[in-house]
Ligand binder design. Sequence first.
Ligand code: AMP
Ligand code: GLY
Length: 424
Amino acid sequence: MNILILGSGGRESAFAWKISQSFLCSKLFIAPGNAGTESFGKNIHLKPTDFEGMRLFILENKIKLVVVGPEEPLVKGIHDYFLQDEDLKHIPVIGPQCEGAQLEGSKDFSKQFMIRHGIPTASFKSFTKATLQDGLTYLESQKLPIVLKADGLAAGKGVLICETLTEAKVELGAMLVNAKFGEASNTVVIEEFLKGIELSVFVLTDGKSYKILPEAKDYKRIGEGDTGLNTGGMGAVSPVPFANAEFMRKVEERIIIPTVEGLKKDAIPYKGFIFIGIMKVNDDPYVIEYNVRMGDPETESVIPRIESDLVDLLLGVANENLAEKSLIISPKIAATIMLVAGGYPGKYLKGRAITGIDNVRHSLVFHAGTELDSDIVKSVGGRVLAVTSLKETLFDAVQTATADAGRIYYDGRYFRNDIGADLF
Ligand code: AMP
Ligand code: GLY
């Protein structure tokens, strides 16, 4: 069958790499893709939110499965658009409809969902411009630090951890009154700060049953030793040593089952990935957030550990027989190092020629912010390439991926040398 992947990052490169290996895949298209996805399929000049353009392309090219990488098209209703169209409604889309996508699209919605279904999460209260005074009073009754979250999508920037009451009050005003994050901060969730260690748990569901994919740990800060500004993610490892069987049993019983059952009880259809950001506080899991897609760069560590045919699993989602499919996971350990542009996550260098990718021998290279410019691979995004190594030990995986990352060069290239080091 012909398959279309939407997106252009490292996550979509990992999907394309895996899907292109499936005997179920005839032609693979990626919209818009990057310089690397060209080697697994054909890039298409279409934005993932151009639903009309996509409709024409899909019908002309007999696409039979659409895999949505990023959240934006889901929150904007791509799946609903398909279901409402006579010609598209039989073409499965991997990713929830608008309502399910609210788990990521609205922090308030996701918190209400967790409360309704008894899912452990930080205590919270939501406020709008009209209830600003109540919000300021509420802040006075809370412990510090305190977390302020813009309700809507804010390109990963809408979460503020405030150390002082004054800072929290100023920021609450800036978000609600001065629209610091635009419409996304029309509503603000004020949330208890959870102290612990984070991990990313991934679930694939057809709305009836679920499979737990390999978990991962993401390294968000730009600097070594987890310092400096937040980024989209500088690296990942999978599995996560502290997520042992006992802890994962708690995650499944307290979080995954109530989430899938909760969606059913609320009559929210959901076919796709659920990314659960979890904080391990002492030995107990709490949900920090839901995302309605896979994580990036976690996917670049998670996908190489999946030995089963991903297309077969996705068809299980589409046909609601996921329970009959087998998910085989490699016991090997994956480490991913992200190479980023000079200046990132601030204003960063673009259009730099990349050399040395061919020198990488022992790792997989997943392109992210790259583009082909008359046969030269150039950087176009902040996160440029992801290098993943799969080994018997975490130490070997990290060493190999780091050494291979060093074989790639472009002006301003930067990567962290300490991915996974906290777990050795
Ligand atoms: P989010 O955009 O929800 O992923 O939040 C960004 C980051 O802020 C998370 O990955 C956490 O590191 C941190 N964070 C969010 N909520 C909390 C919380 N309640 N307590 C502590 N840290 C948090
Ligand atoms: N790596 C975190 C995310 O994809 O949101």
